[in-house]
Design a binder for this molecule. Sequence first.
Ligand SMILES: [Zn+2]
Length: 330
Amino acid sequence: MPNLFTSLRTTSINTLASFVSPSGKLARLSILLYHSIPQEPDTLLYDLKDARVFDTQIRYLSKNFNVLPLHEAVQRLRENTLPSRAACITFDDGYANNAEVALPILQKHGVVATFFIAAGFINGGMMWNDKLIELIRRSPGSVLDLSEINFGKFDIGTLRQRQETLFSVIKKFKYLPPEERHARLEQLCHLIPVTLPQNVMMTTEQIKHLYQAGMEIGGHTVNHPILTRLDHEAAYTEIANGKKILEDIIKAPVRLFAYPNGKPSQDYSAEHVAILKEIGFDAAVSTAWGAAKTGTDPYQLPRFTPWDNSYSRFMLRMMQNMFRTIHTVS
Ligand SMILES: [Zn+2]
């Protein structure tokens, strides 16, 4: 027999959620954002959601929200016909574990998600931050000596030290111009004699598999650059080529886009919104927190990542997010 308190609590939280996020003109669209979903907790990256946490969140979401494919949600947002408690699920970058770990969980709960894939890393590639993570994870010994490239020496004997080293090295890399970052990373690969994994990002077959399973594939550029740091032509090429590569794989149009890093003004500008329209995208998502509502620019839809494992906290966090002021560029 179901626990009476639990069912009463679920009913009242759901009533509140419908009040905050009704159907039609006053609807709110919550778009969730995920990245890598490892099968087991990653001890080095303790804030990463593993399969168990992801499964719990998708269970809460599928039971308490009307989860829609993003293209349908955007259409209904434009027409003011969203259902109450409307939600979408999205993934950025194209991690292989999205196909291996997240897909079966999505299918178990009967929901569709959109995968925004940086096309330059398909089939064995890796983004610079993941390369750093895997290099430092695998570094042998208890000291990492990077003085040869003027980064100093780091103690990595304990897990805590390894985490701190990773964060400080990532910080040093983050603000380097892309060419210098690439060169430094090559030097680091020579300094740390370890074999890097080839299966971090999706393969062509995994992308096809996701698409054939009814999932949506979205553009995320080729090399995941910060668009605001590129000139117009380079930004256009990154966006257009990323779209083309994915379309050649799934043999269907790619009409949804996620800005790399995604912070309005900082990572993309009105210039990039215009490029998306010109190239034929229907909608795009940022990483500004909040939930979309009538009048929100469909090319700058906000997203949100809840971090709670408990049902009531998850629901309250989702509701709190619906009241945020949405940041966009104009
Ligand atoms: Zn990304």
